[in-house]
Design a binder for this molecule. Structure first.
Ligand SMILES: NC(=O)c1ccc[n+]([C@@H]2O[C@H](COP(=O)([O-])OP(=O)(O)OC[C@H]3O[C@@H](n4cnc5c(N)ncnc54)[C@H](OP(=O)(O)O)[C@@H]3O)[C@@H](O)[C@H]2O)c1
Length: 357
């Protein structure tokens, strides 16, 4: 389903005096399927000289690249060798498109590469694509937020809450993967709505951050607590909405503690992404039937036509001080794989990004 997010990138020589000389782009090419955790030896870094810009195109130089869980499943379904996919935020350094002048920042799915040629208009017209987005004025905030709280993960949280689990004030929301980018954002919107918010994350530092910095009512280390006991303790009125980022046994346990007519938004199943065989978990259908739960999977691409609505709403909350974020920034194009593995291992609180330039 993620193939729609990947643009067709041509590569070009810079056209204008602002960018004299031929541009050489570096890019990651996946040459071996991931087995367990990704390894540097699964990739090679390839250099290519870029061709000339055509009318309507821009040349963008990468500033930050995102590492995201979906890359694991998506890449293993592609024919190899293939260019590595990924969201990034980049500065336009040459342009043959008046709407996208030199100096503007754009975000989109340009892949793990240092430069890309884009035709932003062509992509906007293709339904299902996450559009190339001109980064709005972020004031003193870093443009890297376009990959996190003001980008795809932020929109996943916004639309996942608003359109899928639809919590009402006073209800209880539980979030798995709560210390990551999507999960920490979902919990904060839950508090904005007026809910009782409980999160599960992978270490004590993340839990302390969720409770003390982000205002979660409770947060638990899923690696050390008894999940049932934690739910009994923290959700005395049981669970109305479950935002599921991880799947697996913890999700079965949380769904078993839900109220009748509860709503489950299945956002991701990261507990299985690095596994070579899918884990066996407690059957969930009996509880779905007896509690008459609504369980809905979703992909944030569903709302590409409302993309800026999510970004601007999140930006407003950020500027009002209602939304906070945390980034783990890795440095250097050579460190993409370390960042990717670190994110999968849970080294990041909030969003993991790589600063390329
Ligand atoms: N449906 C969509 O359109 C959409 C869009 C974006 C993201 N997603 C999904 O949302 C989820 C979160 O994405 P994100 O971008 O915010 O990533 P993230 O949470 O920032 O990073 C991934 C986190 O997953 C946790 N994790 C890793 N292995 C795990 C396991 N076996 N069990 C439980 N947790 C594990 C780690 O944190 P811990 O320390 O807590 O283990 C890690 O930090 C992912 O499943 C992703 O695929 C879906």
């Amino acid at each position: 389903m993620f193939h729609k997010m990947v643009p067709t990138c041509n590569f070009a020589r810079r056209m204008y005096s602002a960018a004299a000389g031929k541009v050489k782009a570096q890019k990651y090419v996946l040459t071996k399927y991931f087995q367990g955790e990704p390894k540097k030896s699964d990739f090679k870094i390839v250099e290519e000289e870029l061709p000339e810009l055509k009318e309507g195109e821009v040349l963008a130089e990468t500033e930050y690249i995102s590492v995201d869980p979906y890359m694991m499943i998506y890449m293993n379904s592609r024919k190899l060798p293939t260019d590595m996919i990924g969201g990034q935020v980049a500065k336009i350094i040459s342009s043959r498109n008046q709407k996208y002048p030199v100096g503007k920042y754009v975000s989109g799915y340009f892949g793990w590469r240092t430069h890309a040629i884009l035709n932003p208009d062509a992509r906007i017209t293709q339904p299902g694509f996450v559009p190339v987005t001109v980064v709005p004025d972020l004031g003193t905030h870093s443009v890297s937020l376009s990959l996190g709280v003001l980008g795809m993960p932020g929109n996943t949280a916004y639309f996942g809450i608003r359109e899928i689990i639809k919590p009402k004030p006073g209800q209880t929301i539980v979030i798995s993967g709560a210390g990551g980018d999507v999960g920490s954002h979902v919990g904060q919107i839950g508090k904005i709505v007026g809910c009782h918010v409980v999160g599960f994350a992978g270490n004590d530092e993340k839990c302390e951050y969720l409770e003390k910095e982000l205002g979660f009512d409770r947060a638990f280390n899923y690696k050390t607590v008894d999940i049932r006991a934690a739910l009994r303790d923290s959700c005395p009125k049981k669970v109305d909405c479950y935002f599921d980022n991880v799947g697996g046994e913890i999700s079965a346990t949380i769904m078993d503690h839900m109220n009748k007519y509860g709503r489950v938004g299945v956002c991701g199943t990261i507990s299985s992404y690095s596994e070579e065989t899918l884990p066996k978990v407690t059957i969930m259908q009996p509880v779905i039937v007896s509690k008459e739960l609504t369980v809905e999977g979703f992909n944030v691409n569903r709302w590409t036509d409302r993309w800026n609505e999510g970004i601007l709403k999140n930006l407003n909350w950020l500027n009002e001080g209602k939304l906070k974020y945390h980034e783990k920034v890795y440095h250097g194009f050579d460190n993409m794989v370390d960042a990717f593995v670190g994110m999968l291992r849970g080294d990041n609180i909030g969003k993991a990004v790589v600063k390329v330039k």
